[in-house]
Design a protein around this ligand. Structure first.
Ligand SMILES: [Zn+2]
Length: 298
């Protein structure tokens, strides 16, 4: 009888361990288009919208030799670095928040949200870092209707003014934002505002006049979605002075990048970047001189 009981205990133990192993491997199963991570007490899902290439010529301030040397390190032949467009979903008590929406119907955000088990109808909040098309294009579907039927869109006051303040440059932005505006689902904030409980807008002006990040309180770890602080990770962590052609105000963008990298390295917060190599979530540390390095979280 005793032996039989021992056998049962052993079987139960084995089943328990197997279940643990299986649930663990399922919990951490990742697919190419999405990546789930725990940051403090936050559930974060990185969603890939697109991958491609960014030409060397987009970088400013560096010599061709400096650029080629960095390119050789990542095995990048030709005249371009690999490039990425990522968006991030954060589960909040009030519902799911999506930071940026990718390029739009021709890209992969909606497909990869689905792969990750996220229904666009479950996105309650959309936080926009800025109004470039690779961040707001995905607000609408092919017919120009909201791709997120239940979401309220939040944007910085200055960014709104720059793109939508009655000038030509905002035509594309209008197409993306108007459907939300007309249904009273568009709200403006200023840096420092608590946009939602536990989510603060951070001023990262420079890349565009109202470019911002979003700082999520995660208990013992904070999470900063920093938008376009870095466009080419292979170069700009090492050379934060390197500017990007698309920076509206290059000196200000450079100053903001240096400051944000220094602060992130100092406080150890987890950061997420729209153009960091997918999944684009990790930590920054200081190396020598003015340089930094990025380590993806595992
Ligand atoms: Zn961008």
């Amino acid at each position: 009888m005793k032996g039989y009981f021992g056998f049962l205990v052993a079987i139960a133990g084995l089943v328990f361990v197997l279940t643990l192993v299986l649930s663990r491997s399922q919990a951490y199963a990742q697919k190419a288009g999405f990546y789930k991570a725990k940051v403090g007490n936050l559930e974060v899902t990185a969603i890939s919208d697109a991958t491609g290439e960014m030409g060397f010529g987009l970088l400013g301030e560096l010599t061709n030799e400096q650029i080629s040397l960095e390119a050789a390190k990542v095995g990048s032949g030709g005249q371009a670095f690999p490039s990425y467009v990522n968006a991030f979903v954060v589960d909040l008590p009030s519902g799911k928040a999506l930071v940026d929406t990718g390029n739009g119907p021709q890209a992969n955000l909606l497909k990869n949200l689905k792969e990750a088990g996220i229904d666009p109808a479950d996105i309650k909040v959309i936080l926009l870092t800025h109004f470039h098309m690779d961040h707001i294009g995905g607000l609408i579907d092919q017919s120009g209707n909201p791709a997120f039927p239940n979401a309220v869109v939040y944007a910085d006051t200055k960014e709104d003014e720059y793109w939508l303040g009655g000038n030509d440059r905002g035509q594309q932005a209008q197409k993306s934002i108007n459907p939300y505006k007309s249904s009273d689902r568009y709200k403006l904030f200023s840096p420092g505002d608590e946009v939602l409980p536990g989510v603060k807008a951070v001023e990262l002006y420079g890349h565009t006049p109202g470019h911002v990040g979003f700082l999520f309180e995660g208990g013992d770890e904070d999470f900063l979605a920093w938008g376009d602080i870095i466009h080419i990770a292979y170069v700009q962590f090492k050379y934060p002075e390197a500017t990007m052609q698309y920076d509206v105000d290059k000196p200000k963008a450079r100053e903001t990048r240096k400051k944000t990298l220094a602060e992130s390295a100092e406080n150890g917060q987890v950061v997420a970047g729209s153009h960091l190599p997918f999944p684009g979530i990790g930590r920054v540390s200081k190396t020598e001189g003015e340089s930094f390095t990025f380590k993806p979280i595992d």
